[in-house]
Design a protein around this ligand. Sequence first.
Ligand code: ATP
Length: 572
Amino acid sequence: MEATSKRLELTDMLSKLLSKAGEDTEMLVYLVQGKIAPDYEGIELGMSEKLIAKALVSITSMDEKEIARMMARSGDMGTVSQEVIAERVQSTLEKQDITVKRVFNALTEIAQTSGEGSVTKKLALYKDLVLNGTPVEAKYITRIITGKMRLGVSDATIITALVAAFSYEGDPAEIENAYNCHPDMGYIAGLLRKGLTDKIREASPQPLVPVKVMLAERLTSVDEILEKLGGTCAAEYKYDGLRTQIHFDGKTVKIFSRGTEETTSNFPDIVRAFTETFHCKSCILDGESVPYNPETGELYPFQMVSQRRGRKYDLEGKLHEIPIVVFLFDILYLDGSSLLAVPYPERRKKLESLFTENDHFKPATRIVSSNAHEIMEFFERSISDGCEGIVAKSVGADSYYRAGARGWQWIKFKRDYQKELSDSLDLVVLGAFSGHGRRKGTYGALLMGVYDHRRDIFETVCKLGTGFTDDVLFNLPKILADYRSPNKPNNVNSILEPDVWFYPSIVLEVRGAEITVSPVHTCAFSSVVSGSGLSLRFPRFTGNFRKDKKGDQCTTTEEVLSMFNNQKKKGA
Ligand code: ATP
């Protein structure tokens, strides 16, 4: 799988593997993505390359310097362990078979081991695996343990492979939908293996399991928005904070981020306030957390919220400095029933009747209107109240909550930055060009990309060299070091050849002047002009690393194409 750059071939190999896997299926879908549980469980295997080097030293007669030299040469601890096991271990041990189950169980034990003596125990578990395995097995076990599996197997690829492996006769979109409601690929694979297709079709949210968030399309005029939404819409303030999904199962409150990561521990104040505010049996709420001043009601910039993420100490102290209010705009589940298929106006009514607003929870400010002038005034008001603009929402009979989908039911409309694109793009770093002159020792420009969902591939859209502070600029090689790939990753499509390749992982917010046609970029290649792609002109880094987005959550090819088409309309 690692050797192929053809998506079809990769999917084919994976589906053949899964069709023969029997009870190992669930474990295999995790392992090919280098994990042992769904992302939202936040399980870290937690063994650094340094620790692996130590393990390799202890099973050979090599010293740490030699391992470090091998590492410098290949840049991949997996390859180092493969070479070490093949050439340097004289084992008298009679090898036992390394089964999927055995590897999976050992990895789980490594993840669960903590406290005193845990390093020794982890090392012993790792050594036991690699000494019993073949050199190739050692390579991939090491990569999984150090969090660097990177076979380019995306969720979409696994879904396609599962459809083929289990001859799923329904619409593959049903599986995608089930996954969006319950983003655990092992769970989905298990349903298919056991033939529980009803459960796939009827998939619905479950409190304490994050639901993939619904996303918005974008337009650049209120008239177009009204036309798209059938003449009437609900315009809500677009708060500039952190997407916050709150779950309650009757006992426990959990909070998840836009990327289904659990962030409960960052919001002890919200958790406390939740039980005082809400008195339902169970629910799932959707909203945006914003730092604010309870005295004046003034909203503060988003950056003040991000200080809370990953903050391990003095969190309670910080809470008094930056109180948070969650502006709730949706409800996905209430007292045992899914509300995904209930139209938005009814969901909003249920949400409003569920609580009395206070300093911690408020309903998102909104109007329902068919009047472009009135909506424009509301938009201006949102800006002067410290918001980014509005999100216009459909009030139609089919205004369901579409988990994980970006559709025309929600349309964002942001402040127009004169002569600039009205919206920023979130681009993923695919490569880098070495710097010269003043930039010697760091990168001169980064090769940035977007994601094509349909083909499950990353495409290039610009070279980015502006907008970096000196501090960030000279730290770029360090910031990106962990994501270096020895060659072009198999899910990247590029005409340009940068000096360094990266696995598509790090997302940067970028502004630009316009989208133009370009023969050297592969974004939407040949969709507008034969033999050319689309590119972002005069790109500039805004300074915002989108840590809440994974590589494949960057701006999509379809979005760039629709920005290009909107621009054309405006020009005309
Ligand atoms: P996206 O989430 O669409 O990929 P993004 O993360 O860059 O893009 P924006 O383009 O700024 O975010 O807009 C969408 C985000 O706006 C939502 O994900 C949500 O976090 C936020 N938001 C703020 N207010 C609302 C609201 N009233 N309704 C829906 N989303 C809102």
